[in-house]
Design a protein around this ligand. Structure first.
Ligand code: ADP
Ligand code: MG
Length: 719
């Protein structure tokens, strides 16, 4: 025992009355070691009191409670410890039967004529109403109903019972809750409540203080108190995260230096004149956002999201040429070789006749050519360098790197900036993604990244039609494909993947991973060559082919020499052949929504309408079918991303390991978007003022920010 008998917040749980070392060890598995941690051990859900009802209106399987007298009790003991206790409870609306197995003490608890309350989930069989192991409350004769109680339901671990945790938290709350220290300045509790009044029903004029919040979180007096308690604690958690993100952003802007990329009307006109088409309104708006960012002496950290075909590359090229106009180099990193080469060709065409020098660092270069590109980059002869992400690790030396563009990035979070620097300065970063990030995620995992969005598609595009098909349709569909080919269009066939490929591997397939199922794409290829497409020129493309062959196939498809391209998801990202208007996706149930949408983007690039038909193979689960239906019906990438998030959760794409942040404890990114968004605005305002870093009233929250996120967000020394 500690010196004094009084327990304190810091007291180890093993010294709390009735706990002891064995229980303490089990509690430790739940992350609870001190009395204070028990107060912050949050219920997973709540049990609400069952409504009282008449026995003749009880419904099978619907929780209810009733009050009556014990009519009869019967205990049958089979062997030591094995017993059945039956009891009949009656009132003027009928009678019910209670069953208790191996609880012989019930026979003493339920004495005939005793008045009791019974609650539980009944089984109704004709006139017989039965409760097995209901909750029993013994009532006095004239007593009114006991106050209905909302009970917390805690996460459990082996050897710890719900009732035990309830008892322990009750005890600690009675003894210690008043010792809890308020960490929120009272002005914040007021502005917080005002700002949250739309997101949370009857929040009041002030957020609950910590004492009331914790008490009501465990043992709420009523539903409104519970709502207010949760709102206060969820807000606090969101606010601390948003403070951390705001501090990080402020720190980056103070500590990191980047070259200023200035623009003026002349530079702007010269760059825009390079493009063979006028920019869309969205492209112009995003370019303005970027121009504002890069004329500051610290790094831009901007994510450009836009559906496939929305014209992100054009925006990136603008930014790269702006760097060159400022005597800086720019680098463009693509996820695949195919895409890197495509960007290279686009840039070469666009810049023909200009002084801008473009280089391609490709994995397929021989040692000499590679050396040459590296030397030219290091001497500053190359202005724009294109390559795959592997480029990063190749020890490229840039004397004047002003901008780094990362194309089609799916995997990154706050904590992952590319590590390219030159001469003590950091380049500006522009990251592009066609997988739209749900708003809730954008506010958190990408919280210190500025977001630009292209929603408008360039004019003159055909529509895309998506068909969710079944086997019986195959003949009709292939006939349709042949008709389009006969009209001069081209077609993709995407082959399915093996079942054993996990979701995570599927995403790494984005970068030509080993996870590709080459056997299945090869057999599809054979089948089509010898079957329904035997009269057409068909090519095969997959990640395991060597670079040169891949390149040749892509070129042949580009030039129209090949009419059909049978491929794995290598073509998912960015490949641009505007004459290709039909796509067949086989084994579609094995793809994620975002991935299917990426694939579909390949046939929405020309003036002709695109057609996508998805087939499933083998057994399709109901939820796969639902997902594919959503895909066929929704053509907006942002809506799809939200749907994906709803169906799968933040999961693999934005999982913890990728975000690098500790998990949220009470807030739920999806459910609590409204609160998160309020917290974000308030946190930005708070961090913009020095008081946050200096005033005593913020000391506690400052401490929380630092303890929780100091490492993962590299916040440095807050003081
Ligand atoms: P994303 O990378 O967003 O998928 P791209 O930048 O590759 O899209 O653009 C898709 C196609 O649209 C390209 O062929 C590009 O030349 C064309 N494009 C881009 N912007 C415009 C525009 N403003 N007007 C007409 N066509 C455009
Ligand atoms: Mg692109």
């Amino acid at each position: 025992m500690p010196e004094s008998n009084a327990i304190k917040l810091a007291t180890q749980v093993q010294y709390l009355p009735g706990i002891g070392p064995a229980r303490a060890e089990r509690l430790a598995r739940l992350g609870v070691q001190t009395a204070q941690q028990l107060l912050f051990f949050f219920p997973r859900e709540y049990e609400f009191p069952a409504p009282t009802c008449r026995i003749d209106q009880i419904q099978d399987g619907v929780a209810c409670s009733l009050i009556g007298h014990v009519e009869d009790v019967d205990l049958i003991t089979r062997s030591p410890g094995k017993s059945i206790c039956n009891a009949i409870i009656a009132n003027d609306t009928g009678a019910v039967k209670l069953l208790f197995f191996n609880q012989s003490y019930r026979a003493e608890q339920l004495i005939p004529d005793q008045r009791v309350q019974v609650s539980g989930v009944p089984r109704v069989n004709g006139l017989l109403v039965e409760f097995t192991h209901p909750k029993i409350t013994i009532l006095g004769e004239a007593e009114d109903l006991p106050a209905p109680e909302i009970l917390p339901v805690y996460p459990l671990t082996e050897g710890v019972k719900q009732a035990e945790i309830r008892r322990m938290t009750r005890l600690v709350i009675d003894e210690l809750v008043n010792d809890l220290h308020e960490v929120m300045p009272s002005a914040l509790r007021q502005t917080g409540a005002i700002a949250l009044s739309e997101a949370v029903e009857s929040i009041g004029t002030e957020l609950l203080g910590i004492v009331d919040a914790i008490r009501n979180l465990h043992f709420p007096t009523d539903e409104q108190a519970l709502r207010r308690a949760r709102a206060r604690l969820i807000f606090q958690e969101c606010f601390v995260l948003q403070l951390a993100l705001a501090v990080r952003q402020r720190r980056l802007s103070v500590e990191l230096k980047s070259p200023v990329l200035a623009s003026n009307a002349l530079i702007d006109a010269r760059i825009k004149n390079r493009f063979p088409f006028p920019l869309t309104g969205d492209q112009k708006r995003v370019i303005d956002e970027i121009r504002k960012d890069v004329q500051r002496p610290f790094p831009m950290n901007r994510l450009l999201q836009g559906d496939v075909g929305s014209g992100k590359t054009v925006v990136a090229i603008y930014a790269m040429l702006l760097a060159v106009a400022n005597q800086q180099q720019a680098v463009l990193m693509a996820p695949t070789e195919v895409l890197a080469r495509q960007h290279f060709e686009t840039l070469k065409k666009l810049l023909s006749g200009s002084k801008v020098r473009v280089g391609l660092l490709s994995g397929s270069l021989n040692a000499r050519d590679r050396r040459e590109v590296l030397d030219a980059t290091a001497s500053g002869t190359i202005d724009l360098l294109i390559g795959t992400q592997a480029l990063l690790h190749a020890g490229v030396n840039f004397p004047q790197l002003g901008l780094c563009v990362v194309d089609e990035q799916h995997k990154f979070g706050v904590a992952q900036r590319e590590s390219l620097r030159s001469g003590g300065e950091d380049p500006h970063y522009l990251v592009m993604s066609a997988t739209p990030i749900p708003r809730s995620i954008a506010m958190t995992l990408f919280g210190d990244v500025d977001l630009s969005t292209l929603r408008e598609t360039p004019p003159g595009r055909g529509a895309v039609h998506t068909y969710l098909s079944h086997q019986g349709w195959k003949d009709r569909w292939w006939k349709f494909v042949r008709e389009r080919l006969d009209e001069g269009r081209q077609a993709y066939v995407v082959a399915p993947m093996i079942d054993s490929v996990s979701q995570a591997d599927r995403h790494s397939a984005l970068s030509e991973s080993e996870a590709e199922d080459v056997s299945s794409v090869e057999s599809v290829f054979e089948e089509l060559c010898n079957g329904v497409l035997s009269n057409y020129r068909i090519g095969l493309l997959h990640g395991r082919m060597d670079q040169e062959r891949k390149q040749r196939v892509m070129e042949e498809f580009h030039s129209g020499k090949l009419q059909v391209l049978v491929s794995t998801t290598v073509i998912e990202v960015g490949v641009d052949v505007s004459n290709a208007t039909v796509m067949t996706i086989l084994g579609a149930q094995k793809f994620g929504l975002a991935q299917l949408h990426q694939l579909r983007g390949r046939v929405s690039r020309g003036t002709h309408d695109g057609h996508v038909c998805i087939f499933t193979d083998g057994e399709t689960q109901a939820e796969d079918h639902d997902r594919l239906k959503v895909f066929a019906e929704t053509h907006d990438g942002f809506e799809l991303a939200e749907a994906d998030f709803r169906l799968r959760g933040p999961g693999d794409l934005f999982g913890k390991s990728q975000s690098g942040l500790p998990p949220m404890r009470i807030a739920d990114l999806q459910r609590d978007q409204g609160i998160m968004s309020v917290a974000r605005e308030l946190a930005k305002k708070t961090v913009a003022e020095n008081a946050f870093f200096e005033a005593d009233e913020w000391a506690e929250l400052r401490g929380q920010v630092f303890r929780r996120y100091g490492n993962s967000l590299d916040l440095g020394d807050l003081a």
